[in-house]
Design a binder for this molecule. Structure first.
Ligand code: ZN
Length: 135
């Protein structure tokens, strides 16, 4: 079961420029900038009420975000849902026929375990499952 929308991920070409743009849009600054080296991405996070907006900038053109931007340009990249037991959710969704891109959850930004569902199995939307890593 999914608990809530945790964040929406937006692919951007230049994180510095987009941080300024979204800071102006939201009327408040990002609260975190973080690089995820394994994903080839720099991220920043804005808190809007109980949900977050994640901006993603590719560190190289061969990374998933780099390829996404080359193909589709900037824009909404994924929707992330909070789950309480990511392993159980992956098993459940696999059984339901969803294509899970990484069957073992990996460490994402913002202290999360994450797994992605292929857009082909979700009407064209890349879905991220994320679970807080216990501190
Ligand atoms: Zn995300």
């Amino acid at each position: 079961m999914m608990n809530k929308i945790e964040h929406i991920g937006i692919a951007v070409k230049n994180l510095k420029d987009s941080n300024k743009l979204f800071e102006t849009l939201f009327g408040k600054p990002q609260y975190k900038i973080e690089s995820v080296v394994s994903e080839g991405v720099n991220t920043s996070f804005f808190m809007i009420g109980d949900q977050k907006i994640e901006l993603l900038e590719a560190t190289d053109s061969d990374s998933p975000i780099g390829k996404f931007i080359a193909k589709r340009g900037e824009g909404i990249h994924h929707i992330a849902f909070e789950v309480f037991d990511i392993y159980k959710e992956i098993e459940r969704l696999k059984k339901e026929g969803f294509q899970v891109l990484n069957e073992s959850p990996k460490h994402g930004a913002d202290n999360k375990l994450v797994a992605f569902l292929h857009p082909k199995s979700c009407n064209g939307v890349l879905i991220e499952l994320c679970q807080d890593i216990a501190k």
